[in-house]
Design a protein around this ligand. Structure first.
Ligand code: SF4
Length: 402
């Protein structure tokens, strides 16, 4: 029997930190229901950096907000689990420990009917407001896209770090809080004498570092970074990434790094999930994805950014636009834009399957790898390049490309 864990990547269960099973999120809008996340299953190990990539509107940020339970109406989580495996038995567990010695049936995804849940797992979606308050910052923190908007403009950065410590570690003395704030600023590469600086007195890179310092304040197990370097120039972007990797290596926390820039993830992540129209369409290690992306969309994303090294190559990009999530195309949602689409693609929903027997952990939702629909050799990079080249103009010229 295929389990979600085996589909979502082979994970050493003792080392498992987060397990998202068949997660669905919808936004109820007056002009239609937006299917923001559909049947998303991802597993993350301790100390691992998971990259999540996709175009705007693919569901990346909704995923981050769902994990942190920061979604607000009209967003509604309509199904699934987000299981968290604390390092030590946590007082948070209480009634939220799920399915002790049992298997939870979840039939919303074909081929992923059963979920193993260890006795220690807690479902983040079941936490009470009080439990959630303890859970955030201590176990999980998030760094938002825009540091300028995330920081309070009328408080200096030292006060904002100390606020977190004061709220979540009330027994810490005033001196200890101040010392910890200095220590955190040093960790992220901000000189301690900037502790009384206001956000507007810091550069974009320093503001983002200050946010990372706040995220690290209580030494969480998991940090979610939602496009943390998007607004920064490439030099500062690189400095921030190097800092994040260094801190991860030093403290061993896990990271979910969300970006539309797949080439960035290939340099820093351990594995990458590619999202399209609210679904995971490919999951692989960076080496696998770099060597041979399996999904035509992954190939298109990878070739939408120039590389800093290697030979010059023609950029193709992906024709068309991401779909309107109120009316997702039938079958494979990518079919109106896919240069490799064939008859089955607009009728049948692809399943996440191992792409080849040599790379069982590289899973892909594409009929090209499903023996029910294709018995020929899966395409190579050269095949993808030729298909994009040959079909780009024709696809771009189509009506109803969404
Ligand atoms: Fe393209 Fe079909 Fe694969 Fe979808 S299932 S990515 S349309 S080939």
């Amino acid at each position: 029997m295929t389990t979600v864990s085996s589909i979502a990547g082979h994970v050493n269960s003792a080392n498992k930190l987060l397990e998202i099973n068949n997660l669905n999120v919808e936004y109820y809008a007056a002009n239609g229901t937006v299917h923001a996340l559909t049947d998303v299953s991802i597993t993350l190990e301790r100390g691992q950096i998971l990259g999540v990539a996709g175009e705007s509107g693919s569901g990346k940020s909704t995923l981050a907000y769902a994990i942190t339970r920061l979604l607000r109406p009209p967003a509604v989580i309509t199904g699934g689990q987000i299981l968290y495996y604390p390092q030590h038995n946590s007082s948070l567990l209480g009634n939220t420990a799920v399915h002790k010695n049992s298997r939870a049936k979840n039939a919303s995804s074909p081929g992923s009917e059963l979920v193993d849940a260890s006795p220690q797992a807690m479902d983040i979606l079941q936490l009470t407001p009080t439990q959630l308050r303890s859970f955030r910052w201590s176990e999980l923190s998030i760094v938002f896209q825009s540091a300028m908007n995330a920081l309070n403009p009328v408080l200096d950065i030292g006060t904002q770090i100390i606020d977190v410590l004061h709220t979540h570690r009330p027994t810490l003395s005033k001196d200890a809080r101040h010392t910890r704030a200095i220590e955190l600023l040093r960790l992220v590469g901000i000189a301690p004498d900037r502790i009384h600086s206001y956000p507007h007195e810091l550069s974009g890179g320093m503001r983002q570092r200050a946010i990372i310092a706040i995220a690290l304040a209580l030494s969480p197990e998991l940090i979610i970074l939602d496009e943390p370097t998007t607004a920064l120039d490439v030099v500062v972007q690189r400095e921030i990434l190097a800092k994040i990797i260094g801190l991860r290596n030093e403290f061993g926390f896990s990271v979910i790094f969300i970006t539309h820039d797949l080439s960035l993830l290939l340099e820093m992540a351990d594995k990458v999930a590619i999202m399209y129209a609210g679904r995971v369409v490919e999951m692989a290690t960076c080496a696998e994805l770099h060597h041979q992306p399996r999904h035509p969309y992954s190939y298109g994303l990878l070739n939408s950014f120039p590389t800093l090294h290697g030979p010059r190559r023609r950029m193709t990009g992906i024709p068309g636009f991401p779909p309107d999530l109120r009316a997702v195309p039938s079958g494979c949602a990518f079919h109106p834009r896919c240069p490799c689409a064939f008859d089955a693609c607009n009728e049948h929903l692809p399943r996440l399957l191992p792409s080849t027997s040599e790379t069982p952990e590289q899973v892909v939702a594409c009929h090209l790898y499903d023996p029910r629909f294709n018995t020929e050799e899966p395409p190579s990079n050269a095949d993808f390049a030729a298909k994009y080249e040959a079909n780009y103009e024709a696809i771009q010229g189509r009506r109803n490309l969404r």
